[in-house]
Ligand binder design. Structure first.
Ligand code: DQA
Length: 142
């Protein structure tokens, strides 16, 4: 079983980006934790990041064609803007779990709408880096 962990814009800046909101872990730190937890769960974890909406869409399609078990998607701000990502999730049969470090619904009103959430099977948010670990456990159990 392979699980893709797809990360959108500005998540390459984790560690220095607003640590009071997103914590001090870098994306590499989080990736290492996910690979280790994946090994315990018997799943292989492929962590990727792009600042480009189209790359995220291509990777969702790839997950489908490669027969990936599930996708964790932290689409960053595209969560709140991208009908194209919503459509991509709807275009594939692979289950997608929405992930956020923070809880967008307790933040600015412009973060309250999630196009990703309207298409995803589940959502884990507000737990910092642990959001990814909990989402990985849910994805492995699907
Ligand atoms: C985020 C929340 C989004 O609103 C924001 O644009 C991000 C990060 C999170 O993980 O908390 O880039 O997805």
């Amino acid at each position: 079983k392979t699980i893709y962990v797809l990360n959108g814009p500005n998540l390459n800046m984790l560690g220095t980006r607003q640590p009071e909101i997103y914590g001090h872990d870098t994306l590499d730190d989080i990736a290492a934790r996910l690979v280790a937890r994946g090994a315990e769960l018997g799943v292989s974890v492929d962590v990727r990041q792009s600042n480009h909406e189209g790359h995220l869409i291509d990777w969702l399609h790839e997950a489908h064609f490669e027969g990936v078990h599930a996708v964790l998607l932290n689409a960053g701000a595209y969560t709140h803007t991208s009908i194209a990502l919503h459509d991509a999730i709807k275009s594939i049969t692979v289950p997608v779990i929405e992930v956020h470090l923070s809880d967008p619904e307790t933040r600015e009103p412009f973060r309250h709408l999630s196009y990703v959430g309207m298409a995803a099977v589940d959502c884990v948010k507000g737990l910092g880096a642990n959001s990814y670990v909990v989402a990985l456990e849910k994805a492995a159990a699907l």
